[in-house]
Design a protein around this ligand. Sequence first.
Ligand code: GLU
Length: 495
Amino acid sequence: MERVRVRFAPSPTGFIHIGSIRTALYNYLFARHNDGDFILRIEDTDRTRYVEGAIENLIESLHWAGIEYDEGVFIEDGKIVQKGEYGPYIQSERLDIYKKYVDELIENGHAYYCFCSKERLDSVREEQKIKGLIPKYDGLCRSLSLEEARERIANGEEYVVRLKLPHNKDIKFHDIVRGDITINTEDIDDQVLLKSDGYPTYHMAVVVDDHLMNITHIVRGEEWLPSTPKHIYLYEVFGWEKPTYVHLPTVLNKERKKLSKRQGDVSVEDFRKKGYLPEGLVNYLALVGWSPEDNEEILSMKDLIEKFSFERVSKTGGIFDKDKLDWVNGHHIRDYDIDKLTELSIPYLKEAGLIDDETVEKRYDWIKIMVKTVEESLSYLSEIVDKVEVFFNNEVKPENDEALAMLKGEQVPILLNAFKEELNQVEKVDEEFSKGIMKKIQKSTGIKGKNLFMPVRIALTGNNHGPELVNIIYILGKQNILNRINYVEENYLKG
Ligand code: GLU
């Protein structure tokens, strides 16, 4: 087989959408599975949609997600650089190349100059709509002679170049996911290939670049499926070998609508900020529209590369299910190295004002144990703030009537006294103390089981459930525990 070469070709229009990163991921997995090349090309020919900083953001997001590419546009020392033998990889730097191919199409009668004003195009469209026709260019300039057109250009008239599609011709192609597809040229517009600003449209640029960059498989979202016949036709008139097409199902929400910004998080940046791990997000996204043969769901990048194939990409839209993402991400959190997890959690704790630089410097191990203690309950890292808040407020509040009733048990004063007595015998609460204390009170008071553990837990946290008591005791330390017990006695046990 010919060496696989695939590309991810985003337009730098802002933050990278979750559907877009999945496209990048599938390209990457396919390339790595086949020992091929993966290229990042920037499609920035629509100057009206260009957003400053978007290229940097894109590259940063791919890098964060662990989606590495071999060729194209990179950032080095804060600067955009390009690497590879097929450059430039930024379309706005390839205008001469497109111009040359557009000229060739005009020479060969496969494209024509069009001088129709926006006003005229609008009114044609309106009329077609009234008649119930699909709006498309009516072909007025198709019959202009090349001579006449050139004269008008020489006179300074504004123009575009359009593709001259033959009438009533079936265009056929095969898509790995969608199967055989036929579309008649009557249903396709004479696509603009070169705009009046001298930039090519996406359709022209994508075909020229994919050909010149030796791309073997075009893997992209299914929203590009209706454009594909135009591309196929261009390959045909240029006499170029066509790539293999793979159109991926759109990422949908639970209502089967396109995932949009209005419903909340849609960009990689959003998920990253919330504290999803790259491993979790990538694992989950791989499953939106694809599944491995063994239906395994928790997969590393290595597993994904090994198992990935287009044959198992589904035709219907992939549903983005946030609960499932949380579940998958939680697994990866539990798999993470605790030091790494602590590092990643610290910014959230700092931002919430729970810790500061000094805490990080002097009590790193304490933070680490706190992270370890709540790790089990996290779906994504920013949740840590809620989960550890209990360690920072000594004004304990029973979370409900059940908890309050537990505190009111007749054995509780004895229990809490015994706890204080033990505490007063040590200078600080260390690991040994936290591990042994409950046994000691059990012995000295004769209270055991639920009657022992529940009131202590509630006195220390207000909650009926939560992390291991041993860890709670250790994390709180002597003074906080004393303060809490005193507070509970003062507020709930008196009277
Ligand atoms: N520039 C297009 C986009 O923004 C790329 C489509 C394609 O992969 O051909 O998605």
